[in-house]
Design a protein around this ligand. Sequence first.
Ligand code: DHB
Length: 306
Amino acid sequence: MKPDLKIKNKVFDFRNPTVLPSGFFGEKFGEMQEIYDSGAGAITLKSIGPKPRKPHPNPIIVKTEFGTLNAVGLPTHGYKNMDEFWNKMKKRNFPLIASIYGTTINEFAEVAEFVAAKKPEIIELNVSCPNVEKFGMPFGCDPKIAAQIVEKVKAVTSKIPVMPKLTPQANDITGVAKACEQAGADAITAINSVGPGMKINLKTKKPILSFKKGGYTGSAIKPIAVRCIYDIYESVEIPILGIGGVSNGEDAIELMLAGASAVGLGTVLYSRGKTCFKEITKEIEDWMIQNNYGKLSEITGKSHDL
Ligand code: DHB
């Protein structure tokens, strides 16, 4: 019998476990629909913020030997200036994860309340961006602040599940995950990019990125993602969207064995293109056939069995 690739739990209801993570296709409805049509199970928006914010100047992305650095700078039109986008989104036929951020706890709630009215399937809280000063990653490093954000957002989003995206830079990522769960989080996204890291141009002797430092992504961070997901799985009951360095079906299986229910495909888009969603879903299916698994839920967290 063919394995069942659908994922269905209290929070995720996707036709397959591959998810487009936040940040890859800004606010372009057509591209998101295209990614879904080419095989993704769910689509995450680039984080929407409280007020218009310009990107950092170019260069905002640079490849390194083993991964990619990016510092885009959380650009956003601001939630009040996206009517055209939301009008187009009425036509969507895909599960939508709306990523949001604020520069204060109250701003998170303000943006969340507005976005909740657009009825995404899930609201993701970006408490982990490495590329802005003062807000972003520091929120996700502090269990108390992360929990306060979750609590305030939950109070204004009625039934829409809320999913904070955690940073591997937290001293104690499980402490942050637990605090978020206690505050009412419905799921956890783990992980955001690692670092920040840097690359210096030997000719100019200067940092390549305009913001100098940027979040590190790609295959090199997979072991860190696996460890974070493994630890979070041991400390919370809520489902995990695993992201970090997945570039083929076996990588996806590894994140699931650690505890992920669904898996993001981000940096791999640069090398494999948008057909990676369909291809990696097939690679997951092939692995399941070879290893006699009928359902994804039998794989999630399997590495914890004694
Ligand atoms: C940006 C935001 C992130 O959360 C991240 O991991 C990398 C880059 C950004 O917009 O700069």
